[in-house]
Design a protein around this ligand. Structure first.
Ligand SMILES: *Cc1c(COP(=O)(O)O)cnc(C)c1O
Length: 388
């Protein structure tokens, strides 16, 4: 069990090897057609992602970042508006708000799920608040029912940042189908990743879908008559063709990720590194590691398997020395980012987000991971914490 096998955080090559022929055929179809921007492949993907996410409409865009940006643009978010979101997320969630001149207003996270804490949202609402962007971090949805109730009470738009959560469920509802819009990313390391950048906005509103389609093409409708101030946020057909092939396999990969998460739980438990009872994903005094918490009635799709670890930075140095893939998502809470200094949040403003930034590390979870690779990961961690 103390094999010193190097394990990558993510290796996309075995996935490609298994799909190579299918993908090449799909790419050839696009190349033969010489139809590279939007068109039938993109429309096909839009229908398929919308159906997969239980939404009426999907609008393909150039990235998950642009999906957020265009979703906010479609609702007319602008200078002077406030948008409530989590400080513990990828930069793009808040960056897209700020790029429109609006103000990101952060609300701290639940320590168990790392997602925005609905109990703290209402006190952040002001007359300028226009929208909430809950992030379904690491593949598990935020607590959407109380959040939607608050949004309704204050007439706020809800945009789900589902970049890490395609196929995740909250009480039987798919990520991206609960708010007014859902935004997805097809960045290669996401559960459904393309051969480059890509994204999608989902919605159940035909009016919003129309606006998104116009906005992604410079606001033109018809061509060369610019109704709105848009941009080039188009998805290309080669990406759509790859993603349509991969979507077919997504549920099997998700099962693989869930299977690997369960295997980690067994391995960490038998190595005596974690509490066996329900510790709700936070560190106690008696065990050095806390495993990801799965909230009730959710389908966690494990885009990342993120643990909390005592002496995290020393553990990370040890993992690096042992060749065990890992990443800190995210080392700096957004309210402490240099570019957001003008928002004026002091250190300590969001203690749970800051704690998560200091305690967490992601371990390899991709579907093709083998049992011996997972054993090597846990063995390296057990070695660091010593005999217990
Ligand atoms: C990846 C990601 C994005 C941005 O997606 P890109 O396709 O990389 O632009 C936005 N939000 C979250 C939470 C993400 O993980």
């Amino acid at each position: 069990m103390t094999s010193h096998q190097p394990v990558p955080l993510l290796d996309l090559r075995p996935q490609y090897a298994a799909l190579k022929d299918e993908i090449r055929i799909a790419l050839d179809r696009v190349i033969e057609s010489q139809h590279f921007i939007l068109g039938p492949e993109v429309e096909g993907l839009e229908r398929e992602i919308a159906a997969y996410s239980s939404c009426r409409f999907g609008v393909g865009v150039s990235s998950g970042t642009d999906a957020l940006l265009i979703a906010l643009m479609a609702m007319g978010i602008r200078l002077g508006d406030e948008v409530i979101t989590s400080p513990f997320t990828f930069f793009a969630t808040a960056g897209s708000v700020a790029r429109l001149g609006a103000r990101p207003v952060f609300v701290d996270i639940e320590p168990s799920t790392f997602n925005i804490d609905p109990a703290l949202i209402e006190r952040a609402v002001t007359p300028k608040t226009r929208a909430i962007i809950p992030v379904h971090l690491f593949g598990q949805t935020a607590d959407m029912d109380p959040l939607m109730q608050i949004a309704e009470r204050h007439d706020l738009i809800v945009i789900e940042d589902a970049a890490q959560a395609i196929g995740a469920e909250y009480r039987g509802r798919r990520a991206g189908s609960i708010g007014h819009m859902g935004t997805f990313s097809f960045f290669p390391s996401k559960n459904l990743g393309g051969f480059g950048d890509g994204g999608m906005v989902t919605t159940n509103s035909s009016e919003i879908a129309d606006r998104l389609r116009v906005l992604r093409n410079h606001g033109a409708s018809p061509k060369y008559y610019h109704r709105l101030m848009g941009g080039n946020f188009r998805l290309d057909a080669l990406q759509a063709a790859v993603l349509r092939v991969k979507l077919f396999h997504l549920d099997r990969w998700t099962e693989g990720r869930q299977h690997n998460a369960a295997a980690y739980r067994r391995l960490f438990t038998s190595a005596n590194l974690v509490e066996t009872g329900d510790c709700a994903g936070v560190l106690g005094r008696d065990f050095p590691v806390a495993l990801p918490y799965e909230a009730a009635s959710r389908r966690h799709i494990y885009n990342q398997f993120v643990i909390r670890a005592t002496s995290r930075d020393d553990l990370v140095a040890h993992l690096k020395a042992r060749g065990i893939g890992h990443e800190i998502y995210y080392p700096v809470s957004l309210h402490q980012q240099e570019c957001f200094a003008d928002l004026g949040y002091p250190a300590g403003a969001f203690p749970e987000s800051e704690r998560a930034a200091a305690e967490t590390v992601a371990l390899p979870i991709y579907p093709e991971l083998t049992p011996s690779m997972q054993e090597a990961v846990v063995a390296a961690i057990a070695e660091f914490y010593g005999a217990r």
